[in-house]
Design a protein around this ligand. Structure first.
Ligand code: ATP
Length: 427
């Protein structure tokens, strides 16, 4: 069976100027891969008619499927419809349903519709319309049956094109460009284990899993293990990934994995564990200035387990709100194991939460000393029956140190919650 290749063409001068990153190309490529269509080229083009004509001409010659995003709006810099119409020799004709949908959208919002909006309902003759439930611009597909090629034009905003792709384009591609191989990926997100160690531990698996390739993606303090599998059917691809996953878990400490998939976060995992264990949490922060609370409250439903957070930045605040003793601060300093222990226990006491976390450290760039350098952070975790403290030295700029400190505190919580029950963790 033929392997089909594709080109993603993102349009818009803002992309060329770096105003926003071309995330559409990434998202579309993931989807094409899953369908077994190879995304061989990513091209970005500014709003210039001649360049767009040239690029689409090249793309049409060298690939089977072109997926374009953007340039379907009603303004003069929106060129996609005109350029495609010219290149494919298909005049623009009004699509009644698209026009009605645009009118209805304005009416529902009680807004006057500028006539120019109806230019969006003009589609190349003979194209397949892709109606837009989340915006005004419809997309379209031009399918050249004799050449067995397609051009798919989608709007720029992800909330508009993603449903169009997932609900319609994917089926069109499966039907007209069926693949001999379904490709899928599994991402295992790890923390607190160096890339080199992961590489060593997983070496026995490299080249021993036919149809599966390994890649490591490094971010400060974290490494993603990215497995890509390819097989004739999605069931077989899933099975390959599941077998690889099991083998990996036998070779590395499974506790290092905090989640699966590109969207997984430690804060979401902490939230899941707190909910499963029916525990509440309170946070006392100094050097992270509320970052830990912010990340925890990014998770919908966090009010079910997060009781409160205090940013006790000054010594006085540590005394006033958390009951840290003057003597402790005088004797050991604000950045010390003793102070962080009192911050965590004080937070637990005043909040009544089951677990409290304290963080104090030196985020820099100034304020460090030989004894207590920039990047030194102390962590305290108070539970019903214990108080654990530990320290870490992070390197990097102020904002990275704070981010790494928040990561570490979340991970400390995650590991404590995992080991706080005898029941198996049902992830
Ligand atoms: P509209 O009808 O909203 O004008 P459009 O199809 O003309 O849509 P553009 O005007 O090119 O699309 O882009 C609209 C918005 O979509 C951009 O401001 C941006 O937020 C998003 N967008 C466009 N292209 C991309 C891309 N390649 N990657 C990520 N986001 C994009």
């Amino acid at each position: 069976m033929k392997k089909f290749i594709s080109e993603v063409v993102s349009t818009g001068t803002e992309i060329m100027q770096g105003v926003y990153p071309d995330t559409n190309a990434r998202e579309i490529s993931h989807r094409l891969q899953k369908l077994g269509i190879l995304p061989l080229y990513h091209t970005a083009v500014g709003d210039d008619k001649k360049t767009l004509l040239d690029i689409l001409g090249i793309a049409r010659n060298r690939t089977d499927v072109i997926i374009m995003t953007g340039g379907l709006g009603p303004t003069v810099d929106d060129l996609t419809r005109d350029v495609v119409s010219e290149l494919y020799g298909k005049p623009l004709v009004p699509d009644r349903k698209a026009a009605d949908m645009i009118r209805a959208r304005f009416a529902a919002r009680r807004k006057h519709m500028p006539e120019s909006n109806l230019t969006q309902a003009l589609l190349p003759a003979g194209s397949i319309p892709l109606y837009n439930e989340n915006g005004t611009a419809p997309g379209f597909i031009i399918y050249e049956e004799t050449l067995h090629k397609a051009l798919i034009a989608l709007p720029g905003p992800p909330r508009e094109w993603i449903p169009m792709f997932d609900n319609f384009v994917a089926d069109f591609l499966k039907t007209h460009f069926p693949s001999s191989a379904i490709i899928d990926t599994l991402v295992l997100r790890t923390i607190d284990i160096p890339e080199s160690q992961l590489n060593e531990q997983l070496k026995p698996l490299f080249n021993t899993l036919p149809g599966v390739t390994f890649a490591f993606t490094f971010r400060p303090g974290k490494v993603d293990i990215r497995l890509t599998a390819s097989a004739p059917s999605s069931e077989e691809t899933c099975q390959l990934l599941e077998d690889a996953r099991k083998k990996i878990l036998r070779l590395i400490d499974p506790e290092c994995i905090y989640g699966e998939g590109d969207e997984a976060t430690i804060e979401a995992e902490v939230g899941r564990l707190l909910t499963a264990r029916k525990k509440t949490l309170a946070i006392a922060e100094s050097c992270t200035g509320g970052l830990l609370c912010k990340r925890l409250t990014d998770i919908p439903g966090s009010s079910n387990y997060l009781k409160e957070g205090i940013v006790a930045y000054s010594d006085e605040a540590k005394v006033k709100y958390l009951g840290v003793r003057d003597e402790t601060l005088r004797h050991y300093g604000a950045v010390s194991g003793e102070t962080v222990a009192e911050m965590a226990t004080g937070m637990k006491r005043v909040s009544g939460a089951d677990i409290a976390v304290g963080i104090t450290g030196i985020a820099g760039p100034s304020g460090g000393s030989q004894e207590k350098p920039v990047g030194l952070v102390y962590f305290g975790l108070a539970t019903e029956d214990s108080i654990i403290t530990c320290q870490r030295r992070f390197t990097g700029e102020r904002c990275l140190i704070r981010e790494l400190a928040a990561d570490f505190a979340l991970d400390m919580l995650r590991r404590t919650l995992i080991s706080s029950t005898d029941e198996p963790d049902m992830r």
